[in-house]
Design a binder for this molecule. Sequence first.
Ligand code: ADP
Ligand code: ASP
Ligand code: MG
Length: 404
Amino acid sequence: MSLIVQKYGGSSVGTPDRILNVARRILQAQRTGNQVVAVVSAMSGVTDNLIKLAGQVAPQPTEREMDVLLATGEQTTIALTAMAINGLGGRAVSLTGAQAGIVTDGVHTKAKIANITPRRIHTFLDARSIVIVAGFQGESLEGQITTLGRGGSDLTAIALAAAIKADLCQIFTDVDGVYTCDPRIVRNARKIPEISYDEMLEMASLGSKVMQARSVEFAKKFRVIFEVRSSFNDQPGTLVKEETAGMEKVVIRGVSVDRKQAKVTISHVPDKPGIASRIFSEIAAINVNVDMIVQNVSASGTTDISFTTLADELPKIEKHLGPIVEEIGAKGFSAQGGIAKLSVVGIGMRSHSGVAAKMFELLGKADINIQMISTSEIKISVIVDEARVDEGANIVHAGFGLNV
Ligand code: ADP
Ligand code: ASP
Ligand code: MG
């Protein structure tokens, strides 16, 4: 008998019919001789609606109450899924994150899992029950309800799989697996049969939100092999696992797009030691995450510094950057949204040269201007106009031979 953790995302449980479909799948997994723990997300759109509702009663909702509110989305789904299974003649019990023993730190809306005590889960499994666990939530040591950041049900599933030493961890979603690019952007994208943790982590962090990036980090750390597959068919999906020898032969595994980026440029910054540190420690102090940073060549003792961040951060930047700019003696700053990040990812880049040159050439030929560049061992990212990023993704995808 195997112990299986399955996770069903928002669109897989988006309607009563779909919940029934999930209930049948879970039952099927149990009837073929397995113990099943299923993690479910809020029904699609529910979390977004709850966030909207909160915004209608308070301009900046308190984070503790936000978590109490958001956790209700998953709580609805666990009850409905367990009811559906029971209605079909099976035996299931629903558990909230806290009931499932998921203990987190106290950082509301982006809590980290500290540990899991799956005692109750085992008790129910031993009694031949299916256990349905609410994704995306836990409880802090102080007894507060917490949530794990958007897409956090993936993390719940992977952390639970590690904690109960599951034989199999399956992430069911609305696509057949991880593709060479989001199939909504590149129609000719291909399903990837196997991908390394590092590539999946880069792709997720660079905008391929098929998996939550933190969940992939967790899987890598605890060596949880998992499969991403569809809840709407029985096609084999994508296996995410440790790198194997053959994987490096493929130069580019995938292309990622991250919209809603913003670029901030501080002009005529005095070119002196310690200034960059001053700027970025002030920005860190207002809790703005910075992504790429570019500093121009110095001209007559001053330089321009540009950085990118999420477009959502623009109001904060506009509110706080002025005094910092003045203090360091720079001339001024400009902040602009409407840009996006386009990236290619692959561990094969480590042993193949000319990847950046080829990407730039492909974009250049299409007259797509590159505003910023950043690279690491296994990725190259460029900032382009948001209006042209999908076109750029298709061109780069085809140019690297990834099309079906
Ligand atoms: P769930 O609700 O199941 O968690 P998500 O919406 O979070 O599902 O993730 C699935 C979506 O991820 C797909 O519908 C797809 O549009 C998007 N996606 C982005 N990048 C990729 C990729 N490289 N491969 C597959 N899907 C991707
Ligand atoms: N419901 C949460 C969200 O929409 C968590 C998840 O779906 O994984 O972000
Ligand atoms: Mg998701």
